[in-house]
Design a binder for this molecule. Sequence first.
Ligand code: SF4
Length: 295
Amino acid sequence: MTAVSVSLGVGPNGGASSPSAPASPLAAAAAEARERAAARERAREERRARLAGVNRRRRSDTELWEIARRGQEELGGSGPGSPDEATAEEVIAWAVREFGDGLAVASSMTDSVLSYLVSRQLPWVDVLFGDTGYHFAETLGTRAAVEHELDVTVVDVRPLLTVAQQDAVHGPDLFERDAEACCRMRKVEPMRQVLAGYEAWATGLRRGDSVTRREAPLVTWDSSNNLVKINPIAAWSDDDLVSFALRHRLVVNPLLNDGYPSIGCEPCTRRVAPGEDPRAGRWAGLDKVECGLHV
Ligand code: SF4
């Protein structure tokens, strides 16, 4: 095999640039991007080191339950959807005050709006990504772009078994025969284990996602995972989300613009037709609308 080397440092006459020649605009942009990424990585390392040296006590479930109750009272206004509910920024400010680094963000890498919003008030916040092993290439690309572009720490939450190991133990394509078991092993249980290390999690859940989420509060006690659950953008519409992402030039999953308004694992997500329920493409044909994390 012949090795091919490609140099971006091509001089004005097509020859190799000398060390003293000015860098091409492309090379300068690449160097700047590398430096930005390296600076982000250094900041993440510093935060990890800082947190490793702190002996944080996770408050008891009773204490956290009381904080959730108080948060709902302070931020929830007259109820879900009421005009006196707190804004997303106000909810996040409250959460950062109450929990600091005990707060994590969960992201399906459909977009980066919530991660961005939280990172503005809590730089290098942990962003938990359920890496099931079944994601679209576009979703994995979005995850990489989020890590590159935002002041966050992406944490890949992986199941105990790889897809190959699961196939060997439970038979191939378990999602076709028992989606509940597959979601439980690949999403719900790994996330539950990781969430046990935090006091609160922020999710991008929105009331417009589906009928089951229509009454989602801004703050609640998550009795399935035993921590405070915060839904800062619960009141946002699709238009709110898209226009915010465009205004702030945020990373979004390209599948959103390709007929996938709700994006999960590739084998369990199909395109939806215009006018169809946005979540109709998830587990289509099955009596299943949630992976189990948000129930
Ligand atoms: S969405 Fe499908 S592939 Fe992904 S964990 Fe659930 S059942 Fe398995």
